[in-house]
Design a protein around this ligand. Sequence first.
Ligand code: F6R
Length: 586
Amino acid sequence: MCSIIAYAGQRVAAPMLVQGLKRMEYRGYDSVGLATISNKHILVKKGVGKVEEVNKSLGLEKMNGSVGIGHTRWATHGGVTDTNAHPHQNCKNDIAIVHNGIIDNYSELKKSLIARGHKFRSETDSEVIAHLLGDFLHKKYDIKKAMINITKKLKGTYAFVAVFDDGTVAGARFDEPLIVGISKDGYFVSSDVLGFIEHTDKAIFLDNDEFVILNDNGHAIFNFDGSKVKKQVTQIAWELADAEKGRFAHYTLKEINEQKHTIINALFSKDSKLDEFCDVVAGAKRVVLTGSGSSYNAALIAKQLFSKYAGIHCEAVISSEFQYASGLLDKDSVLIAISQSGETADLLQAVKIAKASEARILSIVNTPTSSLARTSDLFLGINCGPEIGVAATKSFTAQLALIYRITDILSGQKLCPNKSDVERAIGKVLNDTKNIANIAEKIKYIGNIYILGRGLHFPVAIEGALKLKELVYVHAEGLPAGELKHGPLALMDENTTVIMLNPDDETYSDTLSNVHEIKARGASVIGVSNVNSNKYDNWIKIPKAKDILYPILEVIPLQLLAYHTALKRESNPDYPRHLAKSVTVK
Ligand code: F6R
């Protein structure tokens, strides 16, 4: 989604704002803008494009002033145009704002502001914030009072930051993240700690219904009713180096390769909260898992593992559908929420619903300071470091690995993975790049790709198809192999490519029969297996392993296949079109 960054201090703001935006560009990236204050005058520069491009053409980094705000936009209301890019200003140009989220009642607010003589420049919902603040200030409200009043007017989800021409910065949070960074020479306000982590590791996480004011007196945080709040300063643990690409051409490739460490870390996690987490799950009358996208696919695997190995039968409900599944939870139930970012709006809404039912909230999350982690009764970190590539790769397998660890405890150590076997097997699949790049060349212009698997392989098929959709923009579908004869077989012909997930476990021979049926209809088959077959047109070899490990060993080649096919089609795998890393709108 959109990213917000602000600085108020003693240093020149613009270069730090641009740097922060570059780090957060993964969140959303159709346009960019900065507003800085120099001699009590607000200067705004903004335009369509990536941070680097807009910086080059408009000289964002060269803007003067030690107070400023910046934004990368992921369009929701109004097209991708220079005018719709943030920051937006009020009529008198003495305020500029940046906003992340959606103001649901913007059209009614806009109408009444226009009726009072305000002139709007953009088609965005966000611009109402600048005009409303202007209205309050011109009624001689001070900035604090203007902030209290605007939060009463706005409906929807938002984090916004405003700069005023006297050098004050104010930011408010309601259902979108906003974090204050405290450095030796000034303050930052950002959507993500990555926006300022280079300058400070000290942060204050605003909660919902809170706003911050930064001025010559330092910082002050208030509830929306105006009462002052005392907040804890958190030390952020992540290493800055983790957010760099290093020797890799893309973050996505770097993150795929990091899996040899991230999977092991999660699979052999020594988190002191693990036992308590498992006790809560084991003691619950009902367990429901939820997540979005890849995190939901991990939930589907968890559902099968908990049931098969620990006798815990649970449901997996996709977060965006959670609100329609009534009567799911009560006070004896547990919701396990799975998320990389911990900021996904659909997931947070599911958590809100579960809380209202008095269910306990457990979470599996990568970002320990996220809204999800902070709102959960108990959370376990997957600790795979920042994931910048938009497509989930290392976070998905770290979620799986931690789910294995939990299953192992719940089942009384029935899984018992062997560390060096797992390391060796992951190393092997990561090294198969030549073969995968060759297959990518063959499938790069295929219009329809189906991925089939049974049992634990079915969620992996969905996950693999999601990677192809995101990175290659191809129609890809994950299906349970056994369902082929109930319909999808009609789609098979010589123009179809089918990827069969078929290692030699309990699903092997039935899936092999499906391979025969598909080949008989002329489709081309890529087998992902430890065993070759003369029916495969191409074979992605994975090592022989314990059955339980196959989902991890098959998904890595599927990630690599999507990555290499994206390269062959000359799309940037780090920044797939229309997508944002952290989906903080519904
Ligand atoms: C898939 C992908 C998305 C996310 C989904 C949930 O590659 O990146 O589908 O998995 O938006 O995000 P988190 O896990 O942050 O809640």
